[in-house]
Design a binder for this molecule. Sequence first.
Ligand SMILES: [Zn+2]
Length: 232
Amino acid sequence: MKNMKEKRVLVITPHPDDAESGAGGTIAKWSHLGANIVLVVCTNGNKGTSDRSVSSEELAQTRRKEQLESAKLLGLTNVVFLDHPDQGVTNGDPFRKELVREIRTHRPDIVVTIDPERKWIRHQDHFVTGRVALDAVFPYARDYLAYPDLIAEGLEPHKTLEVYLWGTDDPDTFIDIDEHFEDKLNALYCHSSQMSSSKEEGRMRLRNRFSVYGPKVNAEIAEAFKRLDLRR
Ligand SMILES: [Zn+2]
């Protein structure tokens, strides 16, 4: 975390807007520090509305545009849309192979994704994305005998060094986002189809939620992660 210049980061999000909500300040910060950050959006979010006048297809298109706006604001290098339907990812192949493909293509030092292990209520897409992303990092992306056809395509095995999990019940790593709180808020509010409150209300809500972690790193506001060190 000390030197993020030219670090390669792969962010894997279940839905458009989850990464901003859990890790948007950190993503903005790392991008500002010169990291090369690619976002993989696993589902198209086409069930995320209670507005009956909007079709699933329209919603998916809207959410893709919103995601691209947010990515621009956060300074991301690239966005990959896997385009699974909302509530449509499953634990196993072919989803796991898709994530292995992204890891072997972008060859990240750090993977950032959602903690799958929420104890009681959890969105199935969040659980499956987090779980399959972790499985893809270890051992599938690393092992050359996993998906040999990817090797035939030139996608060599890759070992990710660190994983940061947002939305965790068990955080152990806190990142000061004082300088990038407004970036987080603005990126989140690019997803206007998902926002039921004003930006001012959102600012208060986010500030309350993330200021709890600030004192851990002598900051006002911080994001919280479970960090896995895979170098050992
Ligand atoms: Zn979500």
